[in-house]
Design a protein around this ligand. Structure first.
Ligand SMILES: NC(=O)c1ccc[n+]([C@@H]2O[C@H](COP(=O)([O-])OP(=O)(O)OC[C@H]3O[C@@H](n4cnc5c(N)ncnc54)[C@H](OP(=O)(O)O)[C@@H]3O)[C@@H](O)[C@H]2O)c1
Length: 253
């Protein structure tokens, strides 16, 4: 991608990638992959400060940490200001943070519904601010939204989560259209069943039962998702408004 930024000043230098929920799991793997690809990585976290510091150290230390609860737009606004001061540019935004709370609809409480909706609202706001402050000004950028296979297939006991994932794909497609004629590409990556804290919470027999139904016969690794994010961050110049499935054959799209 074009890493030049007219005007120089604080925007000059290494391209910058921001990864939300970058301290753990798929987000942490994305931070490592993007650092390997030459990005200065802004590692966002909410509560996982120590793991975020660890990722910063692992990725060579020229990145930076940003803390914010995406449920709170004031915190997102502060986060954007910090990014401006520390980096002065954003070339890639990976919207990875999300929450999954499993319960059947009849038992799910409204607070649990809201807790799962809040990161999506914050993601919409963060994306809007990053567009306005950086990408629309530079005329280039990559926005990569982490969705899920269950946004397509549905999943019992995950109705709010599947709604959020269908919604982030709708945002992906609509924003790609809205950015008509600009070199700002917007895509989603939809992982299947990946080995992270989110899936560690499931009982072992459920994990085994899921794995046995996957054509590749195993749960995926965060690095296998991050590899595709790395591709969309640097290549794929004619791909926008798309969803790339990374699920070991569970679902073909
Ligand atoms: N694991 C899977 O099988 C799988 C499958 C399909 C899709 N995905 C998607 O992949 C992405 C990463 O999931 P993961 O499995 O790596 O999960 P994870 O380890 O639980 O990470 C989720 C991250 O989201 C952050 N987060 C949650 N709520 C937030 C909020 N309100 N504000 C700011 N940050 C918030 C958390 O930050 P803190 O820890 O700092 O609080 C956490 O680091 C998610 O979008 C998930 O839906 C995962």
């Amino acid at each position: 991608m074009n890493t030049n930024n007219a005007g120089g000043g604080p925007a000059a230098g290494k391209p910058v990638a921001i990864v939300t929920g970058g301290a753990k799991g798929i987000g942490a793997a994305c931070c490592r992959e993007l650092a390997k690809k030459g990005f200065r990585v802004g590692i966002h976290y909410r509560s996982s400060k120590a793991p975020a510091e660890q990722i910063l150290a692992e990725t060579g230390g020229d990145g930076f940490l940003i803390a914010a609860d995406l449920a709170d737009t004031d915190q997102v606004e502060t986060m954007v200001k910090e990014i401006k001061e520390r980096a002065g540019r954003v070339d890639v935004l990976v919207n990875n943070a999300a929450v999954s709370i499993n319960n059947p609809m009849s038992a799910m409480q409204i607070d649990a519904f809201d807790a799962q909706r809040a990161p999506l609202r914050g993601t919409w706001y963060l994306t809007k601010r990053i567009l306005r402050l950086f990408m629309l000004r530079s005329g280039t950028g990559r926005i990569i939204n982490i969705s899920s296979v269950v946004g397509h297939t549905g999943n019992a006991a995950q109705i709010p989560y599947t709604m959020e994932k269908a919604a982030i794909e709708a945002m992906t497609k609509s924003l790609a259209k809205e950015l008509h004629g600009r070199e700002i590409l917007v895509n989603a990556v939809a992982p299947g069943f990946i080995d992270t804290d989110m899936t560690d919470e499931l009982p072992e027999e459920i994990r085994e039962s899921f794995a046995s139904q996957i054509p590749l016969g195993r749960i995926g690794q965060p690095e296998e998702v991050a590899e595709v994010v790395g591709f969309l961050a640097t290549g794929g110049s004619y791909i926008t408004g798309s969803v790339i499935h990374v699920n070991g054959g569970m679902y073909g799209g």
